[in-house]
Ligand binder design. Structure first.
Ligand SMILES: NC(=O)c1ccc[n+]([C@@H]2O[C@H](COP(=O)([O-])OP(=O)(O)OC[C@H]3O[C@@H](n4cnc5c(N)ncnc54)[C@H](O)[C@@H]3O)[C@@H](O)[C@H]2O)c1
Ligand SMILES: N[C@@H](CCO)C(=O)O
Ligand code: NA
Length: 438
């Protein structure tokens, strides 16, 4: 029996919103790989239009496709899929809701929008049966959201911990390598083009907090928004912190940590936080340097996994966008749908104060008898157990380094506040959480 050859199906028509760093690379990949994409999808993918702000700036893309009217492009009957790489909340939120309500599948790289309004977008997608894919929004090119949404959907994830911001990782890696301070290292990163002109979203942890919210939502089947995430950036990380970490075989990283926490009574909740932390130099995340990202996932059956690669940049991010575009196009060809929002577990989000953490505290103290016992008494008073102490005497004062066992973050903060007020403590040199070790 001979099988009749079928040609490619009806073209999938794509509206591209935004043509900056990522958008330009999306157009390039779509053009360069048109034939392969047709084979992989079973239908050609064609650009129906590209919405931009300033058309005369875009000499690298076909002029006849450019429009400044994103709203009209999204509404056009000629469009099946909307790819959004503008960024920000407005006007993208309205544009993507309009697209989804009209049954057009959406591919977006916009973590800020998803972390704030993800559930509205999912509801609109469900109402019309459209797809919503966003692999590029977290850790750029690294396949991470698809593994969480699909490959690990049969497992129980307990922890997701990673380096999800390239700019801050570049700065912290450089501080570790040179011993220089935060401000001068950030200046150098800007000069080399690794930090944006306005690095606030990166250095104050907003970018990582949006990504943490998305990761926690997917890992724990719970709606987590950016405002649920405890956030501390890297502005306060000093050369002394980095030196203190090095002295104990650790390094400082800005971590996004999403954990499933079970109380003694068996009540489950999630804790989601972004802050600098010391990790052992032997931990797999310690060797992630420069602008690279890496995310460590722990699941009951699968065990430990690490995802590593380029978390930013035009081409790497466009790779993730194209992967999503192929997925939604295949779904259209097969009249199927990708995964919907999965928020059925609806676990409560635990406040940071109740979250168990460990601290590294470095003090300058008077070098006289009884100091250690005074400091130790404050820990005991707050029910914080000490894991290790190192004291080095000098002429008039001494350096005292204390690493705690896990205690609630609130108890650890109160302990540090009280110790800072002891007359025998000359200076609290460095306080930082410790992660990645038992
Ligand atoms: N650059 C990266 O490395 C990277 C990595 C991961 C995710 N992302 C995300 O991808 C998205 C795009 O990032 P980018 O780096 O390409 O930004 P970009 O600033 O280079 O590009 C955005 C483009 O959108 C245009 N634009 C703004 N408002 C518009 C409107 N109303 N209509 C049409 N065009 C409009 C701008 O003129 C600009 O050209 C953001 O959501 C960002 O968070 C970027
Ligand atoms: N500003 C982000 C870009 C990728 O989301 C970073 O530095 O990682
Ligand atoms: Na990704």
């Amino acid at each position: 029996m001979s099988v009749k050859e079928t040609g490619p199906g009806k073209p999938i028509r794509v509206a591209l919103l935004g043509c900056g760093t990522v958008g330009t690379e999306v157009v390039r990949l779509l053009t360069d790989q048109a034939e392969d994409l047709t084979q992989r999808i079973g239908a050609p993918v064609e650009l129906a239009g590209i919405a931009v702000r300033r058309p005369n700036k875009h000499r690298e893309v076909p002029e006849h496709l450019l429009t400044t009217d994103a709203s009209a492009l999204v509404k056009s009957d000629d469009v099946d899929v909307v790819v959004e790489v503008i960024g920000g909340i407005d006007p993208t939120r309205g544009l993507l809701l309009e697209a989804l309500r009209n049954g057009k599948s959406v591919v977006t790289a916009n973590k800020a929008l998803l972390a704030e309004h993800g559930s509205d977008l999912f509801e609109a997608a469900d109402a019309s049966g459209a797809d919503l894919y966003f692999e590029a929004a977290v850790a750029g090119a690294i396949p991470l959201l698809r593994p969480l949404r699909e490959s690990l959907a049969g497992d129980r994830i307990t922890r997701v911990m990673g380096i999800v911001n390239g700019t801050t990782n570049f700065v912290l890696s450089a501080m570790d390598a040179t011993g220089a301070g935060y401000a001068e290292t950030l200046e150098e990163a800007s000069r080399l083009g690794y930090a944006e002109a306005d690095p606030t979203a990166d250095v104050d942890g907003f970018d990582a907090a949006s990504k943490a919210a998305i990761l926690a939502s997917l890992a724990f089947h719970t709606r987590v928004t950016a405002s649920d995430v405890h956030r501390e950036g890297i502005r306060a990380v000093s050369a002394a912190d980095v030196a203190a970490a090095k002295g104990l075989g650790r390094t400082v990283k800005l971590l996004a940590i999403c954990e499933r926490v079970t109380s003694p009574s068996g009540q489950e909740s999630v804790a989601v936080r972004v802050h600098p932390a010391m990790i052992p130099r032997t931990h797999p995340l310690a060797s992630v340097n420069g602008a690279f990202n890496a995310v460590f996932v722990e699941a009951d059956a699968a065990g430990e996994m690490m995802f590593y690669g380029q978390g930013a940049g035009g081409a790497p991010t466009a790779s993730a966008v194209l992967g999503d575009l192929v997925a939604v196009a295949r779904n259209k060809v097969a009249s199927g749908r990708g995964p919907r929002e999965s928020a059925y577990a609806a676990l409560p989000v635990q406040p940071m104060g109740n979250t168990p953490t460990r601290y590294h505290i470095s003090l300058d103290v008077a070098d006289k008898a009884g100091v250690l016992s005074q400091v130790a008494a404050v820990f005991a008073e707050h029910d914080v157990s000490i894991a290790a102490v190192r004291q080095e005497g000098r002429t008039e004062d001494a350096s005292l380094v204390i690493v705690t066992h896990a205690a609630t973050d609130a108890a650890l903060r109160s302990t540090v506040d009280k110790i800072g007020g002891l007359p025998v403590v000359r200076e609290v040199v460095s306080v930082m959480r410790v992660e990645g070790e038992e």
